[in-house]
Design a protein around this ligand. Structure first.
Ligand code: FAD
Length: 493
């Protein structure tokens, strides 16, 4: 039986390990942390449970596919519900908007609240659908770096219609072409943050992101987001994948231009027929492939934004809040100038409050809520995080207390904080970026590192820092692309 080694048990590493196992490989996974899941991890503190990383679950079919590979009934191990409310939005002038998953309701309420034209909203949603259909086969589901991707008719059709994608104008400009109210534009611009980018620079093609929420829906796993990584890890255990925790990889071993195994921190060598690396591609080159030439242009790409998160146990329940809630900044452009130009945090950042106890009541004591309070933060450039955290905590509390008309600080029963340097430390993500490189220019998608190594045979790359990008769905797709490449290279099932 051929053997595969996977470095890292983030969601992409776990997905890749399962796919390779289904192809008939013996699979060994080495994870530096004492737990699997990477950013998809959780903690419990003083009676509250908090998902540490992702909070928004879209495209559950990618999780389903992995259970289906082994003929397992997903419902026995992983359950999820579809949300009727996608997100509640709040502004400091008292405006509120509840985005519904029902398309008609969404259009009607958007038009009533913001005075937009139903015709324009419908045209916008339809264009987003078209963008997704044209790009998914080309940009998301295949390697951008293999000639066979470009030789199929679907891809050629997509290329012929590239002008429909708004690639050469910003997301902000695209939104302004459809909407007149600055709040509607802000709603659209927010989607740039789903891959850690700047809406005033990222191309208008990014408006396909709201399509994923609006058309395919948003979901919540029973037991919390952590069940996504945990249930897949448990599936791997049932399939005899051997996961080695506290097992940090020091280098990738190569012979005659081929990957032949890994060296662990304790000096042990483990041999394999192929290696899949789920570690962020920047430290992969700088640490695990230190003697090899690195693709410097790819590695020099601007990093995506990171996050500052306060995990608060709140001794009260708020009926006007749902699972996802956004409290918008009054000056969105200023917020992004701080993030990407000044590498700092403005005084009035947009605040995202996620409350999993709304759908999973066990996550907080009775009549209490577990708040995951996140703002976008710049990538880690050795800022004084202590000072920024203290200053921002005051600003966030002031903002939430004002809009919710309640003294929030007085309700905090327990607190845990994570900032960009902590995210980097926990997962080796370069500069704590949540999504690898930012997509702040038109060519960013083409500059992402491919899912195979151009210089070293039998070495593959998956995860949020490589093609097609960050976020759970794209990380899962990166594992699928790797598995397709391996199948082709090794002639397996
Ligand atoms: P990671 O999760 O980064 O895992 C990499 C793993 O590799 C880690 O476990 C690490 O310990 C291990 N590793 C690294 N180096 C070594 C080594 N040398 N040896 C052994 N092991 C090693 N996505 C969404 O879809 N929805 C969201 O709502 C969302 N919100 C987010 C909020 C936050 C606060 C964060 C942090 C992320 C969020 N994301 C969200 C992004 C999403 O979490 C990531 O894109 C995704 O989880 C990344 O998975 P990955 O497989 O690339 O790797």
């Amino acid at each position: 039986m051929p053997k595969a080694i996977v470095i890292g048990a983030g969601i992409a590493g776990i997905a890749a390990s399962l796919r390779l196992k289904a192809q008939g490989f013996e699979v060994e996974v080495h994870e530096a942390n004492p737990y699997t899941g990477g950013k998809l991890h959780a903690i419990s503190q003083d009676g509250y449970r908090f998902d540490l990383g992702p909070s928004l679950f879209t495209m559950p079919q990618f999780v389903e596919e992995l259970f289906a590979l082994f003929g397992e009934d997903i419902a026995t191990h992983f359950e999820y519900i579809q949300k009727e409310v996608i997100c509640n939005y709040f502004w400091s002038d008292g405006t509120t908007f509840s985005a519904k998953s029902d398309k008609q309701e969404y259009i009607e309420e958007l038009c009533t609240t913001f005075g937009e034209s139903p015709k324009k909203v419908t045209a916008f949603l339809n264009r987003n659908k078209k963008k997704y259909e044209l790009t998914a086969p080309l940009f998301l589901e295949n390697s951008l770096h293999k000639i066979h991707t470009y030789l199929n008719t679907n891809t050629l059709k997509s290329i012929a219609q590239l002008y429909k994608l708004h690639i050469f104008q910003s997301l902000d400009k695209t939104a302004k072409a459809y909407f007149k109210n600055t709040k509607t534009v802000q709603l659209v611009n927010r989607y740039a943050t789903y891959n850690g980018s700047n809406p005033y620079k990222t191309p208008g093609i990014m408006s396909l992101i709201p399509h994923l929420e609006q058309y395919y829906g948003t979901f919540f796993p029973k037991g919390g987001m952590h069940r996504i990584s945990q249930s897949l890890y448990e599936l791997g255990l049932r399939q005899n994948i051997s996961y080695h925790l506290n097992s940090k990889v020091n280098s990738i071993l190569t012979e005659k231009g081929r990957a032949v195994g890994i060296e662990l921190e304790n000096g042990e060598h483990r041999k394999a027929d192929l290696v899949i690396c789920n570690m962020d591609v920047f430290p992969t080159y700088k640490q695990l492939l230190a003697t090899h030439k690195a693709p410097e242009k790819t590695l020099a790409q601007e990093r995506s934004s990171s996050a500052l998160i306060f995990y608060w146990g709140i001794e009260k329940s708020f009926p006007n809040l749902d699972l996802h809630n956004i409290f918008f900044s009054d000056d969105y452009q200023n917020e992004f100038e701080y993030l990407f130009d000044k590498k700092s945090i403005c005084d009035d950042p947009t605040v995202y409050v996620n409350i999993s106890s709304k759908d999973n009541p066990e996550d907080a004591p009775k009549n209490c809520e577990n708040w995951f309070v996140m703002i976008n933060a710049p990538a880690h450039y050795n800022q004084d995080w202590n000072a920024l955290v203290q200053k921002t905590r005051v600003n966030i509390l002031r903002k939430l207390s004002k809009i919710l008309n309640t003294d929030i600080e007085a309700l905090i029963a327990t607190e845990y904080v994570l900032e960009p340097s902590g995210i980097e430390k926990n997962t080796s993500s370069y500069r704590g970026a949540l999504y690898g490189a930012a997509s702040n220019d038109t060519m960013a998608a083409f500059l992402r590192h491919p899912n195979f190594n151009k210089k070293i045979k039998n070495l593959y790359h998956c995860g949020g820092s490589v093609h097609p990008g960050g976020g759970i769905p794209l990380c899962m797709l990166s594992a699928k692309i790797v598995s397709d490449l391996v199948q082709h290279d090794f002639n397996t099932q």
